[in-house]
Design a protein around this ligand. Structure first.
Ligand code: ATP
Ligand code: MG
Length: 681
């Protein structure tokens, strides 16, 4: 499609936004109104109609996924060499490119490294432990504070002089030391990717001129979520020329917690008085009921700009709200429903997306999807089977059913720590290879004492003895309890606590391991269920092999990007759209999140719900559970306040508590009996 053909499909306001190149331009509009479409069309317009070289254009957005999608959309408009050298990336990738190009000016040596948050935390921990014992919470707090300073462009000196109290002074001094050490390591952290370029371009006119010659036009998607340093980067590069187009929606600002400044929308008007503001009002994505739900919900937030979105997509199906007994029933419901709906609606897997507030909510769902063999893709988090603790537990299970599994042996022989070092393992491996034995079997050999010191032999012996003991108990028809006991006996939990950045992280990891074991137990019962005669269980070996196979299939699935349902956090879903959307966990303390309720930031949670709802094109299903395990305890849940804020007439409830909840009836019965008793005295 050429740009002329594309322009013809756009509405007059969109066309205006694409054609306007005489100054800075802001497109401010609601979800699904074609903002991203304006950006992709405008890139093609600049190249094909204005004769601008693609390598002078930079388009930035927030996630890699969004950047990939945008590239794809542009690719359909630009042919052959036209798109050569075009930058479509995240802000951070753009920053990284600038740093790469300016290494010398910035005083870094070639081959600098990028510290991920874990590396950065380790460095900070070293620095903090110099003077005192510190806990994970303190480290997280300082790390968060440093990140905020960097996003707000506050340098260490300024942080120190403005510090309000001793805590802040302490953090500011660490900020300075941390920066010095990073530099000594020839390393930068994530926030530096934006801050360093901004500091450089503000202080070095030559560098600034170089980059202004390189980038002539900038386009920014999801502008409402830029932070101060990102905004400054755009401002510095484009400056008086004002050659940029930014698009955004204040109702979709969901990154305030990471330093985003939705007020950058207002600042833009002050910094660029010539700013052309264009509003779009037609939504091309969703049915009228979905759109009305979104509009009604977000009307509960205060507004700077009023927006009136409309759609001519037809009324569409009512919005379904499905109440489930507990979280497992919720996951089961979503998985089994997608299985049947795919056929009924003649849809593909990729037409479905399941969104949720926190990654942990995906755990149960993943297991259910695997059970039904529904292909899925999990974004913005680690898939269940690729988590370290699950890999450890799986290695134990594999070794239990197959002591010849050397890979499993190597993964866990020293997890938790058993003081068995790499030197010992190397000698053991040589010895085993010579004899054509497995590592585990070799540990039982008397001859081992000739190649290893007695202490090492003893430690290996203790480990194999431990595993042999568990194997024996498993044979005595109590496999699952033997496995649970094993995990307790070796105190895997304590090991997790020692190695986690925070106690809550360790807690979550341990919970994952228990989920895996529960799953194993269930899978044995299920297989045995068909056979009334057998005691109660299928043998543990085949149940474990089934789990291992799932794991492998999972990994293979990771490689092809074909037809799969999408599992995403609400944050990661920004900018995307799907024919059928499920949003899970519409409960108080989950959505809105408990912290948000405590900190009084429910408005941001409402925007998050708004983002979720507006991802849907044809159908929207909201699910919730009446009970959910929280910190190991089964808790009653209250339906989310956001459900009350939706237009009641457009909703279709299933399993609503106040209508036919047997548990509640029973509870009321009990109340009545108690009341009678007290009356009778
Ligand atoms: P969000 O706020 O969720 O990021 P958006 O404003 O960026 O949404 P787009 O993703 O650009 O919206 O567009 C939403 C859908 O509408 C897309 O499927 C897009 O192809 C389609 N669309 C956009 N403009 C038009 C148009 N003028 N005619 C028909 N379809 C359009
Ligand atoms: Mg968009």
């Amino acid at each position: 499609m050429s740009i002329q053909q594309r322009l013809a499909t756009l509405n007059p306001r969109q066309q205006e936004a694409v054609r306007f190149i005489d100054g800075p331009c802001l497109v401010l509009a609601g979800a699904g109104s074609g903002k991203t479409s304006v950006i992709t069309s405008k890139i093609a317009y600049l190249v094909q109609e204005c004769g601008m070289s693609a390598r002078r254009i930079a388009a930035v957005t927030f996630t890699n996924k969004a950047a990939r999608e945008m590239k794809e959309r542009v690719g359909q408009l630009l042919k052959g060499r036209e798109g050569h050298g075009l930058t479509v990336s995240t802000f951070h990738t753009l920053g990284l490119n600038i740093i790469r190009g300016e290494l010398k000016t910035l005083g870094y040596k070639p081959g600098f490294s990028l510290f991920d948050p874990e590396d950065a935390k380790a460095l900070l921990r070293d620095l903090m432990q110099k003077d005192a014992q510190v806990d994970a919470d303190q480290i997280n707090r300082v790390q968060g504070q440093i990140s905020t300073w960097k996003n707000d462009l506050v340098l260490p000196g300024q942080a120190l002089s403005h510090a309000a109290d001793e805590d802040e002074q302490y953090a500011a001094r660490l900020y300075e030391a941390y920066g010095r050490h990073l530099k000594a390591y020839n390393a930068v952290d994530f926030d530096d990717l934006i801050m360093l370029p901004v500091v450089l371009l503000s202080n070095d006119p030559e560098a600034l001129a170089r980059w202004r010659r390189k980038i002539h036009y900038m386009l920014v998607d999801e502008y409402q979520d830029t932070n101060i340093s990102q905004y400054q980067l755009v401002r510095l590069l484009m400056a008086e020329r004002g050659t940029f187009t930014v698009v955004g929606d204040d109702d979709q600002s969901i990154y305030a917690w990471r330093g985003a400044r939705p007020e950058n929308l207002v600042t833009l008007g002050e910094d660029f008085p010539r700013l052309r503001v264009i509003k779009l009002e037609q939504n091309y994505r969703s049915t009228q009921l979905i759109l009305r739900a979104a509009n009604t919900l977000i009307a509960n937030n205060p507004h700077v700009y009023d927006k009136a979105l409309w759609s001519d997509k037809g009324v569409g199906a009512p919005i379904r709200i499905v109440v489930n007994r507990h979280e497992e029933a919720e996951a089961e419901r979503v998985a089994s429903e997608i299985l049947t709906r795919r056929i009924k609606e003649r849809a593909e897997w990729r037409d479905f997306a399941v969104l949720y507030r926190g990654n942990f909510q995906a755990r149960l769902l993943e297991l259910k999807l695997q059970h039904y063999q529904i292909p899925y893709k999990l974004s913005g988090g680690t898939s269940f089977f690729s988590r370290g603790e699950i890999k450890d537990a799986m290695a134990y299970l594999r070794l239990l059913i197959n002591p010849g599994d050397d890979n499993a042996f190597l993964r866990i022989v020293n997890v938790p720590r058993r003081e068995i070092g790499p030197g010992t393992l190397e000698k053991l491996a040589n010895y085993a290879t010579e004899r054509g034995q497995s590592l585990f079997a070799a540990c039982h050999e008397m001859g081992l004492e000739q190649v290893l010191p007695a202490r090492a032999v003893e430690r290996l012996g203790r480990f194999t003895h431990f595993i042999d003991g568990v194997r024996k108990r498993m044979d005595q028809n109590e496999a699952i309890s033997a496995i649970r006991e094993m995990l307790r006996d070796m105190d895997y939990e304590a090991w997790l606590y020692q190695n986690a950045s925070a106690p809550t992280v360790a807690e979550r990891r341990m919970a994952n391991v228990w989920i895996l074991i529960d799953q194993l137990e269930k899978s044995m019962q299920r297989e045995a269920g068909d056979d009334e005669a057998s005691e109660e269980t299928d043998d543990v070996e085949s149940a474990i092999s089934r789990l291992v196979l799932r794991d492998i299939l999972e990994q293979q699935a990771e490689e092809d990007d074909s037809d799969r349902i999408q599992l995403l956090t609400l944050h990661a879903a920004k900018g995307l759209e799907f024919p059928h959307v499920y949003v899970m966990g519409l409960e108080e303390e989950l959505l809105p999140h408990r912290n948000a309720i405590e900190l009084d930031t429910v408005e941001e949670e409402r925007r998050l719900a708004y983002v979720g709802i507006t991802r849907a094109r044809q159908t929207l299903t909201l699910t919730l559970a009446r009970q959910r395990k929280t910190y190991g305890e089964l808790m009653d849940c209250t339906p989310s306040r956001f459900l009350d804020e939706l237009p009641a007439d457009d909703l279709e409830w299933e399993g609503r508590a106040d209508k036919e909840d047997p548990d509640k009836k029973q509870a009321r019965g009990k109340d009545a009996i108690a009341g009678l008793r007290s009356l009778l005295g």
